[in-house]
Every structure is written in C-alpha cells, then in structure tokens.
Design a protein around this ligand. Structure first.
Ligand code: NDP
Ligand code: TDO
Ligand code: MG
Length: 296
C-alpha cells in the first residue's frame, strides 16, 4: 500500500490488523517518493507484495490549482510508475481515483462509461493517473471513490467538528451533491478484492469501478448529520447555514453532482458499502469519544 499516514493507508492497516494470512506493508516517503521515480520500484520490490494498493496522492484540491506540475507528477506519473512496478513484479494493482474526474453536470449518478471531464487540476491529474495505471498494468482494479473521511488525517467531517467547537453557525454549500465514503469501509472492500485475487470468483474482473458510500447528499446536509451525531455523543454542535457555491469562493471548481453509481461494483464483487449515514455515525462517535477532533 502506498501512503503511510494517509486516511486510507491508516484505515487499511487497522481493518487488516490481526487477520490471518494478511500483512499490510505501508510504504511512503522518504523510501517511496512519487516525485522521485527512481525510488518507486525498489521500495515496492523490497516489500515483496502479492498485490499493490496505490493510495498515495496529492489530495489538496485548491492548492493543486497553483502547482499542476507537482499534482501531475504525483497523481499521474507517480501512479503510473507504481502500477508499472506491480506489473514488473507480476502482481495486480488496485488504484484509488476520484469522483472529481467528472464535471458534475449529470442528472442522477455517474456510471463507469460516462465521459470524464474534470473541472480542476486535481481531477485532471487523477484522470491522467487512471490512464497511466491502465496502460502500465493490465491486471488493475481502478476504484473511483468520493468525499472520503475517517477518524484519521484531514477530512471534511473533522473540519466540520473542529469548526463547530469554535462557531455557533457554519456556512456550507448546499448545491454540491455526492456520496460521503468512510475510508474504513473502502478498506474492508479492499480486503474483499484481495481475496478475489487470491481465489478468483466468477463475475469479479479487472477494470474500472465506482465504489462509494450508499446514498447521495449535499454538503450542507452531510454536515448537519455529522453534527447531529456529534451532539448525541456529547461532541460539538453548530447550526448549518446553506450557501451556494457562488457564495463560497474557492480556487478549484468542484462538481455540482459527483454522485457515483456503484451497481457495477456490486454486480462484480457482491457487495456495496453501507448507507452513508450509518458510516458517518461510526467515525463521528469514535472521534468524539476518543477526543480526536484536534489530534495534531
Ligand atoms: N480524500 C478524499 O476525499 C478522496 C480521496 N480519493 C483518493 O483516495 C486516495 C487516498 O486518499 P486519502 O487517504 O484521503 O489521502 P490523504 O491525503 O489522507 O493521504 C495521501 C497520502 O499520500 C501520500 N503522499 C503524498 N505525496 C506523496 C509523494 N510524493 N510520495 C509518496 N507519498 C505521497 C501522503 O504521504 P504523507 O503521509 O507522507 O503525507 C499520504 O500518506 C488518493 O488516491 C485520493 O486521490 C478519492 C476520492 C476522495
Ligand atoms: C470547510 C467548508 C467547506 N465548504 C465547501 C467547500 C467545498 O465546496 C466543499 C468541500 O470542501 P473540502 O475542501 O473539504 O473538500 P474537497 O477537498 O473538495 O474534497 C474532495 O477531496 C478530494 C481529494 C476528492 O477526491 C473528492 O472526492 C472530495 O472529497 O465544501 C463549505 O461550504 N463550508 C465550509 O466551512
Ligand atoms: Mg458550537
């Protein structure tokens, strides 16, 4: 797994802990640095993987607008080199991509055959990464996910909880729709996919899949649910005020409707992720009870 302290890397390490027959090796900087291509193959080879999970990425969506060179070096060239390393070692790669490859103009949720049209440098760099991964290693599963949060790292859920500690009211855009997704849930799905590679099952196949929490919501109602759960467990609470994207200026453009249809993943792998509300409850309860809202 590329990435050490990232949300997904920490979630996979936790979900795999103690499972028989599974060892997760997280590799990151300085040993594996996606901006230094020469580090990639040796670092991956040293871990002697049966499967490579490619989760490290440049994820600062607004900052990427000012540094497209770095975003593409990490998310496109770096991701391609990771997939190529896996191919050289004769093992498959699971690569994580994003809903931000879409422009968000679709009514309803996006399927895998919909044409991507990224609005941001981050989205464009991740789309280039998908292309590079697919070209480098035919044995790939590319998973597009969205709006990832967890008890770890930096994410929207933790930002909302932190803001609620200091403010009575938080302004949140209510015209951006998507599927909140727990990194802990993605990690469980990764373990299932790994199982498929070990013992191939009918239906499951390499390729591109959408995998996200079940159900779509706008950012404002997502934040409302986060704070409603927080309040139940004695954590911070604030009122959410709906604003439009036009009223909340940001450097990068974001899709208005990024919701992903996960039917093809369900058909292939026989499972879907839980309802988004249920998984938010798991992470928020933990963040509040373990007092991890301001971990650093
Ligand atoms: N967060 C989200 O909302 C979404 C994320 N995704 C995708 O999911 C994947 C995982 O995201 P998430 O866990 O949230 O990401 P995080 O931002 O939490 O973690 C990113 C990881 O990438 C590592 N990294 C960054 N630059 C480099 C580099 N040059 N060389 C090696 N490692 C590097 C970081 O290392 P370090 O620990 O050293 O900083 C960190 O471990 C990414 O591919 C992302 O694009 C997809 C949809 C939504
Ligand atoms: C913190 C905050 C954000 N917002 C808005 C800004 C933005 O339009 C939206 C989301 O803000 P964020 O910057 O937290 O989220 P963002 O970085 O856009 O999240 C994205 O990250 C990348 C890595 C992905 O791949 C995507 O799936 C998606 O999760 O909410 C508010 O309206 N009010 C607020 O107080
Ligand atoms: Mg408050």
């Amino acid at each position: 797994m590329t990435g050490c302290m990232g949300q997904l890397a920490l979630s996979l390490a936790e979900q795999a802990f103690g499972l028989p027959g599974i060892e997760v090796v997280s590799i990151g900087r300085p040993h594996l640095d996606l901006t230094r291509p020469g580090t990639i193959f040796p670092a991956i080879e040293r871990s002697r993987p049966d499967l490579v999970v490619s989760a490290a990425a440049y994820t600062a969506v607004d900052a990427a607008e000012d540094d497209p060179g770095l975003a593409f070096a990490i998310n496109a060239a770096g991701a391609g080199a990771v997939a190529e390393a896996a191919a050289r070692l004769g093992v498959p790669v699971i690569h994580i991509s994003t809903d931000y490859v879409f422009d968000g103009a679709r009514k309803g949720s996006y399927v895998e055959s919909d044409a991507p049209a990224p609005l941001s440098v981050y989205g464009a760099s991740k789309l280039a990464g998908e292309v590079a991964v697919a070209a480098a290693n035919p044995r790939h599963v590319i998973l597009r996910t969205s709006w990832v949060y967890s008890p770890f790292g930096t994410n929207f859920v933790k930002t909302i909880l932190r803001l609620a500690e200091d403010c009575d009211e938080i302004a949140i855009v209510s015209d951006q729709y998507g599927n909140p997704t727990s990194a802990l849930d993605i990690a469980e799905a990764l373990l299932d996919i790994a199982d498929f590679f070990a013992q191939p099952r009918p239906g499951a196949a390499f390729g591109l899949y959408h995998l996200a929490g079940t159900g779509a919501v706008n950012r404002g109602d997502f934040a409302r649910h986060v704070l409603a759960v927080s309040r139940v467990y004695g954590g911070p609470w604030a009122d959410i005020r709906n604003v439009t994207t036009a009223e909340f200026p940001a450097k990068a453009r974001r899709p208005a409707n990024a919701s992903l249809s996960t039917d093809s993943f369900t058909n292939a792998f026989g499972r879907a992720l839980p309802a988004w509300q249920q998984s938010v409850e798991v992470s928020v309860r933990r963040l509040v009870r373990e007092n991890r809202i301001n971990p650093r």
